[in-house]
Write a protein that binds this ligand. Structure first.
Ligand SMILES: *[C@@H]1O[C@H](CO)[C@@H](O)[C@H](O)[C@H]1NC(C)=O
Ligand SMILES: *[C@@H]1O[C@H](CO)[C@@H](O)[C@H](O)[C@H]1NC(C)=O
Length: 505
């Protein structure tokens, strides 16, 4: 009895945080980004905060204190002017080309689309709103950070990726270029001399292009759509430098460990929870009754399997046909010619629940981080066909951990697919290592979602928590690197004495 009362009292105090007004800005129109970010708003609302979300995707049954401001829905591919590379051609683009053709133009277009959406414009016109915290996704839409200035609220940044080089430079978090690979760079052997040189080259390219070209264009968007902030707003660079918190989608149990400032917090896999929702009846039955297990394949929300070239599609069908397992494939069209009996397709499949089913033997993926984390959480081995972005690097980590294998897109044929898939299916070292990784992935003091909420509420409680920020962020780069001091020592050191020492030793 006393124990119960104590528990109740504890719950009241531990769970207590003053209800705050929170603005969550997550307009990027890729379903995978939304899947990762949506639990933040829902959970904050369920804990009593008044949450306003600027978003492309709407919740059908949101909690009562969860308000949605809809952004006009257009995919990044529709927004990029000029010639867009088809998705499978991106395999052959360098990270620099990918930035030029997709990331920079797409980021600007999505930011402008957001600020120009009628509902967003109406919302920004209201003068009776105030916020205690503004949370923005960090994904080349920096103009939206200006909302933290507009509402005079601390800024928290959330990334659907791991550590971010640009953010590290600004906040003076150590760069660690020798071990931390730029997220979009495809490097076969990151630790080698050429791997590190490539990483440095891309880092320099990305930083200068971003800071001196891209950020200026983002500032133009602020001037155009938020003219009331003229003169009030620090540069977008300074705004981001002084962000209170950055939440990153990585965890050292899988990702490369790195040094992080106290206000950069890992929340890897925040969107994955113990799935207790049943699958739709037909899928539940299919998975339950597949006694040899199931191979599940999906190339994510952006890449359509149905767009695969004929020869590669044939390779998948030929190899699937010979398996004793059932194959479940996210295939976006009604028809699939030559579909073998053990293959079931679905245009859209509830991935998190499928991967959580104990009969899933292998996940064939494009290596997107969100799906990879679902596989890690459930201890499922992976075959990855990386196409672009961070996908290659994610798969590199999976290979290193022994839980999966890369299948190069350009190498897909009957033989290579058969070999790779059967290796991961039948060699039980992949499963054993996946189980080990699963355990250490979950072995944390708090779940990633609770960690996220804790730090967001911490920032509110501590009014932006300035004390957590690195004092070095306000130093010039040469003072930060101690170059002035080393230069001074070099200049005054007695060269005669050194020569004397050399001669007489
Ligand atoms: C909650 O947020 C909505 C939408 O931004 C706003 O209209 C409302 O006034 C807020 N409620 C409180 C109690 O602050
Ligand atoms: C704030 O203003 C908007 C329209 O400008 C109105 O719809 C809303 O109810 C107002 N909210 C409060 C709390 O006054």
């Amino acid at each position: 009895m006393v124990g119960l009362v104590l528990k109740a009292v504890l719950l009241i105090f531990v769970g207590y945080a003053e209800a705050a007004n929170i603005l969550l800005v997550i307009p990027f129109s890729a379903m995978s980004h939304y899947i990762f970010l949506r639990p933040i708003g829902i959970e904050l609302a369920q804990r009593g905060h008044n949450v306003t979300v600027i978003t492309t995707y709407l919740e059908k049954k949101p909690p009562p204190n969860y308000h949605q401001v809809k952004v006009v829905e257009k995919k990044i591919w529709e927004l990029i002017e000029g010639e867009t590379p088809t998705i499978f051609d991106m395999v052959d683009l360098s990270a620099e080309e990918f930035h030029h053709r997709v990331v920079w133009p797409g980021g600007l277009a999505i930011t402008e689309l957001t600020l120009n959406s009628p509902e967003v414009k109406d919302f920004l016109k209201r003068d009776n709103t105030s916020f205690d915290l503004v949370i923005c996704e960090q994904f080349v839409q920096e103009a939206l950070y200006a909302l933290s200035t507009k509402y005079n609220a601390p800024l928290a940044i959330v990334s659907t990726f791991g550590n971010c080089l640009r953010h590290n430079i600004m906040t003076r978090n150590p760069l660690q270029l020798a071990t931390i690979l730029a997220e979009y760079l495809k490097v076969y052997n990151p630790g080698s001399f050429w791997g590190r040189l490539r990483n440095l080259y891309f880092a320099v390219y990305e930083y200068f292009w971003w800071r001196y070209s891209y950020l200026e264009k983002q500032e133009d968007l602020v001037k155009k759509y938020l003219p009331e902030l003229a003169g009030k707003i620090p540069s977008l660079y300074d705004l981001q430098k002084n962000a209170s918190l950055m939440l990153i989608n990585s965890h050292y149990s899988f990702d490369t460990p790195s040094a992080l400032l106290p206000n950069i917090v890992e929340i890897g896999g925040m969107h994955v929870t113990q799935s207790n929702t049943r699958l739709p009846d037909d899928l539940q039955k299919l998975l339950d009754e597949s006694k040899h297990g199931v191979v599940y394949m999906s190339l994510g929300s952006n890449i359509r399997s149905a767009d695969l070239p004929e020869q590669k599609k044939r390779a998948f069908l030929n190899v699937f046909k010979q398996l004793k397992q059932t194959v479940l494939w996210k295939w976006e069209e009604d028809e699939l010619e030559g579909k073998p009996d053990n293959l079931v397709t679905g245009k859209w499949l509830p991935q998190q629940q499928i991967i959580a089913h104990p009969n899933i033997k292998v996940f064939i993926t494009h290596g997107g981080l969100i799906g990879m984390q679902e596989a890690i959480y459930n201890g499922v081995p992976i075959v990855g066909v990386p196409i672009f972005c961070d996908q290659y690097n994610n798969m590199l980590l999976a290979e290193e951990a022994g839980v999966g294998k890369v299948l190069e897109y350009n190498d897909i044929n009957d033989e290579s697919l058969n070999k790779t898939l059967n290796d991961v299916l039948n060699n039980d070292s992949y499963l054993k290592k996946a189980r080990v990784l699963q355990q250490r992935w979950k072995d944390r003091p708090m779940s990633p979602l609770n960690t996220t909420i804790f730090w967001l509420e911490y920032i509110i409680r501590n009014k932006g928590a300035d004390f957590m920020k690195n004092p070095a962020r306000n130093m010039s780069w040469f003072a930060y690197c101690m170059l002035d001091v080393y230069g001074f020592i070099f200049a005054v050191s007695d060269s005669d004495y050194i020569m004397y020492y050399e001669i007489n030793k």
